[in-house]
Design a protein around this ligand. Structure first.
Ligand code: FMN
Length: 198
């Protein structure tokens, strides 16, 4: 079985919903499974430690998940035009994998949700690509062969799937956004499978 890690952080649930649509796209490809994981929140009291098993939702990721999976979909809310600190904090623990080069040549894609349409989704996606490139991932976007990229009035970018949550953060993931999440997951799975079998 080929496994793709869907790793996200979500404080209010929007990025979590996107992760589920991306996982559906991944699992639409035969012989590919999605492994959904999240990261704990961080606090200024860095000595505070979350329980190893969260009260609800996805299991917390470990470095072994990165090693064991053949590809990666990485999702974070947009925070001041950048990825959220809990995701960056986890990535900053991956230097052993950077040193060993174990993640090199694995495909990866990124996704994000923001409250406003022009609130920095694209810069967030680009910021998420940077550490992945250092780790050796091959970055995939969404090509304009996905028709929704030309017509969406909500989220969706060639740099990765996005969602516009609105001022109150309650906008549902629109149909275009859902299709682009699915398309990104499916493409990531297909390319991961091809690379693995080549
Ligand atoms: C500290 C903080 C910074 C944020 N910065 C931005 C921003 O730069 N642009 C934006 O449009 N939304 C911003 N937001 C809103 C979130 O990106 C938005 O609510 C997102 O949908 C949250 O995803 P989640 O429901 O998965 O937690 C920010 C929210 C917080 C808490």
């Amino acid at each position: 079985m080929t496994s793709i890690l869907v790793l996200y952080y979500s404080r209010y649930g929007a990025v979590k919903q996107m992760a589920q649509h991306i996982a559906r796209g991944i699992e639409s490809v035969p012989q590919v499974e999605a492994r959904i994981r999240t990261v704990p929140s961080v606090s200024p009291k860095t000595e505070a430690v979350e329980p190893a098993i969260p009260e609800s939702g996805a299991t917390y990721v470990t470095l072994d998940d990165l090693k064991e999976c053949d590809g990666l979909a990485l999702g974070s809310p947009t925070r001041f035009g950048n990825m959220a600190a809990p995701m960056k904090y986890f990535l900053d623990t991956a230097s052993s994998l950077w040193l060993s080069g174990e993640l090199a040549d694995k495909p990866a894609a990124v996704f994000s949700s923001s409250s406003s349409l022009h609130g920095g989704q694209e810069t967030t996606l680009l910021s998420m690509m940077l550490p992945l490139m250092h780790l050796g991932y091959i970055i995939l976007g969404i090509p304009y062969t996905a028709p929704d990229l030309n017509t969406t009035t909500t989220g969706g970018t060639p740099y990765g799937a996005t969602h516009v949550a609105g001022v109150n953060g309650k906008n549902p993931v629109s149909e275009e956004e859902q299709r682009l999440c699915f398309t990104m997951g499916k493409r990531l799975a297909e390319i991961t499978l091809k690379l693995k079998n080549s």
